[in-house]
Design a protein around this ligand. Structure first.
Ligand code: APR
Length: 244
C-alpha cells in the first residue's frame, strides 16, 4: 500500500483544476512497449527515429506503413490498464480536468476518458501524405502502402513524426490547460521530447503543484514538488482511493 504525503492529498482534494500529461509508461502495463524500450522482433534492428520520420516514409513508404501497421495491431489488442481507468474516474472528481497524452494508442479514450488532448496524433487514424487533407480510419488493402483515392498520394498514419510540428489546436489546448491548473501531473514520460516536456514547467511557473508519477527519475524530476516512483497501474488506483 502506498502512503501519499498527507499535505499532497489535502492540496489535491482542494484543487479545482487538474491537468495530467501522460507518456508511454502509462501504456506499458497494457503490453505496449515504451518509446525508448528497445524495439522487439522485426523492428529490433531499427531505432524508432529511423522509422517515425517523413524522410523514412519518403525513402520507403511500405516499411514505415508496415511499422505502424504492427504498432496499430498491437494497440488494437491492448486493453486499458488500471492506470487508464483510474484517470478516467479521476476526471469526475474535479471542476476542471484535462488529460494531455503523448501516446497514440487510443487507450485513454477506450478507458472512458473524455476529450483527450492527443499531442502526437492517433495510430487508428490515417491521412493523405499529399495536399488533399484527407483524414480517415485505417484501411489496408494488403498491397504496398495504400494510396489516397482522392489524389493518389500515399496514405500515412496520423501521428506526429520526428521533425514535424504538433497539431496546432491540440498544442494550444495543452498549453492553456497547463497554464490554468492548480495541480499538474506528469505520468509515465521520460520528459525528453519537446514541447510536451515543457508543459509542467509552464504549470509550475503559474503556481501549480507539479507531481511526477514515473517508474524512475526522469528529465523533469528536478521540477517536481512530489515524486512518486513505481508503476502507474499500481499507483493511480491507490491515489484515486485516497481521494475518495
Ligand atoms: N509506470 C510508470 N512509468 C513507467 C512505466 C510504468 N509501468 N513503465 C515505464 N515507465 C516510464 C519509463 O521509466 C520512462 O521514463 O515511462 C517513461 C517512458 O519514456 P519514453 O519511452 O521516452 O516515452 P515518452 O516519454 O512517452 O516519449 C515521449 O517521444 O519519441 C517520442 O513521440 C514519441 O510520444 C513519444 C515521446
Amino acid at each position: 500500500m502506498i502512503t501519499f504525503p498527507s499535505e499532497f492529498i489535502s492540496r489535491l482534494k482542494k484543487a479545482k483544476s487538474v491537468t495530467v500529461l501522460t507518456g508511454a509508461g502509462v501504456s506499458k502495463e497494457s503490453g505496449i512497449p515504451t518509446f525508448r524500450d528497445a524495439q522487439s522482433g522485426l523492428w529490433a534492428k531499427y531505432n524508432p527515429e529511423e522509422l517515425a520520420s517523413p524522410d523514412a516514409f519518403r525513402r520507403n513508404p511500405r516499411l514505415v506503413w508496415d511499422f505502424y501497421k504492427d504498432r496499430r495491431t498491437a494497440a488494437e489488442k491492448a486493453i486499458p490498464n488500471p492506470g487508464h481507468f483510474s484517470l478516467a474516474k479521476m476526471e469526475k472528481l474535479f471542476e476542471t480536468f484535462s488529460l494531455i497524452t503523448q501516446n497514440v494508442d487510443g487507450l485513454h479514450a477506450s478507458a472512458g476518458s473524455s476529450s483527450v488532448i492527443e499531442l502526437h496524433g492517433n495510430l487508428h487514424r490515417i491521412k493523405c501524405s499529399g495536399r488533399c487533407g484527407m483524414v480517415g480510419h485505417w484501411v489496408d488493402d494488403g498491397l504496398a502502402a495504400p494510396r489516397c483515392q482522392k489524389c493518389g498520394a500515399f496514405l500515412r498514419v496520423d501521428v506526429v513524426w520526428f521533425g514535424e510540428s504538433l497539431p496546432e489546436a491540440e498544442l494550444e489546448k495543452a498549453m492553456l490547460a497547463s497554464q490554468n491548473c492548480d495541480v499538474f501531473f506528469s505520468i509515465g514520460t521520460s520528459g525528453v521530447v519537446q514541447p510536451a516536456a515543457s508543459l509542467g514547467l509552464m504549470a509550475r511557473d503559474r503556481g501549480a503543484v507539479f507531481v511526477e508519477i514515473n517508474y524512475e527519475p526522469s528529465a523533469i524530476s528536478r521540477l517536481a514538488d512530489y515524486k512518486i516512483y513505481g508503476q502507474s497501474g499500481t499507483i493511480l488506483p491507490q491515489l484515486l482511493q485516497a481521494l475518495l
